[in-house]
Design a protein around this ligand. Structure first.
Ligand SMILES: Cc1cc2nc3c(=O)[nH]c(=O)nc-3n(C[C@H](O)[C@H](O)[C@H](O)COP(=O)(O)OP(=O)(O)OC[C@H]3O[C@@H](n4cnc5c(N)ncnc54)[C@H](O)[C@@H]3O)c2cc1C
Length: 533
């Protein structure tokens, strides 16, 4: 059975919901999302959202901090645009009911500071900012009669003109997506005038990640298969400090903890960041992650320690209630003892190439939020700039999509329903779990914080072999959510390795021991890949 709409939004984090709430004023919006609506990286964001608002701060300073973190390849026009549109999106979020933490004295918002920021400019809701944003936006979306929400639905592939063989319909255009109903196991066709990919990043491509399970790079993989350009996939950000505990599932210890004065120490208590950067513990994330990786490898330790015990316990509990409570569940009291921490994948700077309105090079297909590559982050994302980017581009995509809707004709060709052919139910799910594990371990070991040509070549040959097995399996058996995700993480792993192999230098988040220096003469540019049909 077909589902038709004006706007199909794939994903229900900040990027998807910010668009949906506004688009619903102009037509029918359908949101499909893999699990419960709130399950998204957005829901786990702790630190906050960056935007200039105090008198001590300036747009110029925020622009400069973003460019410094981006290591020379941020797109300057995009940085300026996003920073300057920040105050408007903060206002919208507040209007939709998001409650940011205020300072004790009056109504002014309490701004915090994070690594790489020269000023306090992060709006937050205690240390659960994402949960508060998601709460308010989900409530707004659920109360809008023009928005239909399909939870537990996984988009499989985009429906494009080239896919349905409409070669007389130049250029390539998007008409919606085929979507699996996870609970019934059936595939439905979702047809739409405008399609928004808001599927988030790809942290799960690696063994250790602080991303939730839904973050498997689906949007990047779908867009690549549909023929869109993909850029800068080598820049995967590793968060330096996730809790090192067997049951903690890489729980993230926000950068804001260092912003409030926490110090990284070796097992013997020695502080070490002064040996790596003049900003010490507030150095950009890539430097801190690489420093920790080096300390662990040099001293043979399983983790390092994050120490905030010199601060007043009451203020720690007030500022970081969620982190404090979660650590206590693992018998760690951060007011009394340093926390054991290790790096884990956190944020994908690359993604589906999109323009200033979030539109990809496939017509009527927008990519917004972490799935997108906009040029804002360059070779490394400045903390708390991602929620900002998602909201700014979501607003721009909305305005552009409305213009398109009013000015273009949307003739949609006859689209066939999904055909499972002779596929049968899988008899060996172990193939899926084995390949999942193998890809993630291979990426962690060979394509992690420190890379080399040899490790990248080894990783590519492993991933290619696994892909052959997946393709065979994919066509023989009925699709399941696990199989869709496996196919996607394999594609994204291949794209990360391809981009990493192209970049013959070290810059920002990409460090290759065979090219340890930054090469501004040859590599001050993006790596762009596109599927050859
Ligand atoms: C622990 C943690 C802390 C963070 N802290 C901060 C912070 O303080 N500040 C900041 O700026 N950034 C932070 N980030 C990053 C930030 O949260 C994300 O970049 C941002 O929320 C991405 O928003 P999004 O809407 O693009 O994607 P997400 O919020 O990840 O949403 C993606 C949505 O797409 C759905 N989806 C995915 N694939 C499919 C599919 N095939 N079919 C249907 N639905 C699909 C998912 O279910 C989900 O609903 C943090 C991230 C994490 C993990």
């Amino acid at each position: 059975m077909k589902v038709e709409s004006d706007f199909l939004v794939i994903g229900s984090g900040l990027a998807g919901l910010y668009f949906a709430i506004q688009a619903a004023k102009h037509g029918k919006v359908v949101i499909v999302t893999k699990q419960e609506i709130k399950e998204s990286a957005t829901n786990y964001a702790q630190g906050g959202i960056a935007s200039v608002c105090s008198e001590e701060d300036t747009f110029a300073a925020h622009i400069e901090d973003t460019k410094v973190a981006g290591a020379g390849i941020c797109h300057e026009d995009i940085v300026k645009m996003v920073v300057e549109e920040g105050p408007d999106v903060i206002k919208n979020l507040i209007d939709w009911g998001v409650q940011f933490t205020t300072s004790g004295d009056g109504d002014a918002y309490h701004l915090t500071r994070e690594g790489g920021h020269s000023q306090r400019r992060i709006y937050h809701s205690d240390d659960l900012t994402g949960r508060e944003i998601e709460r308010a936006l989900v409530a707004a979306a659920k109360s809008d009669p023009n928005i239909e929400i399909y939870e537990h639905h996984t988009a499989i592939d985009l429906i494009t003109a080239s896919k349905i063989n409409r070669k007389n319909m130049p250029p390539n255009r998007c008409f919606g997506a085929h979507v699996l109903d996870n609970q019934k196991g059936t595939v439905r066709t979702f047809i739409s005038k405008i399609t928004l990919l808001a599927t988030g990043g790809a942290g799960k491509v690696y063994l250790y990640t602080c991303n939730p399970d839904v973050v498997t790079g689906d949007g990047v993989a779908m867009a690549y298969r549909a023929g869109a350009s993909i850029a800068n996939m080598e820049f995967m950000q590793f968060h330096p400090t996730t809790l090192y505990h067997p049951q903690a599932k890489s729980f993230l210890i926000s950068e804001a903890v260092r912003g409030e004065g926490a110090i990284l120490r070796r097992k013997d208590g020695t502080a070490f960041m002064e040996h790596y950067h003049k900003l010490k513990d507030l150095a950009p994330r890539d430097i801190v992650a690489r420093a920790i990786d080096n300390e662990m490898k040099t001293h043979g330790d399983d983790c390092v320690y994050l120490d905030i015990t010199h601060k007043d316990p009451a203020s720690i509990k007030k500022r970081f209630p969620n982190i404090y409570r979660t650590c206590l569940q693992f018998n760690l009291d951060m007011t009394k003892e340093p926390l054991p921490v290790v790096p884990a994948t956190h944020y994908l700077c690359g993604g589906v190439a999109s323009d200033t309105n979030g539109e990809t090079d496939i017509q009527h297909l927008y990519a917004i939020g972490e799935v997108a590559f906009t040029g804002l982050h360059g070779a490394n994302r400045l903390a708390s700039n991602s929620l900002l980017e998602a909201a700014v581009f979501s607003g721009r995509a909305y305005r552009h999509a409305i213009e398109q809707l009013n000015s273009s004709s949307f003739e949609c060709p006859e689209i066939q329903e999904w055909d499972s052919g002779t596929a049968v139910d899988s008899d060996e799910m172990v193939v899926v779990s084995q390949n999942w594990d193998e890809i993630r371990r291979c990426m962690w070991n060979y394509v992690g914080i420190v890379r080399s040509d040899k490790r990248l070549a080894r990783a590519m040959s492993r991933v290619k072999l696994i892909q052959e097995e997946i393709v065979e399996y994919y066509w023989d058996f009925k699709v399941t959510a696990d199989l869709i995700e496996l196919r996607n993480i394999a594609t994204v792993a291949e794209l990360i390795i391809m981009c990493a192999q192209m970049r013959k230098e070290s810059r920002g988040l990409h460090y290759n021991i065979d090219y340890p220096e930054r090469d501004d003469i040859h590599w001050k540019k993006d790596t762009i890949v596109r599927k050859q049909f």
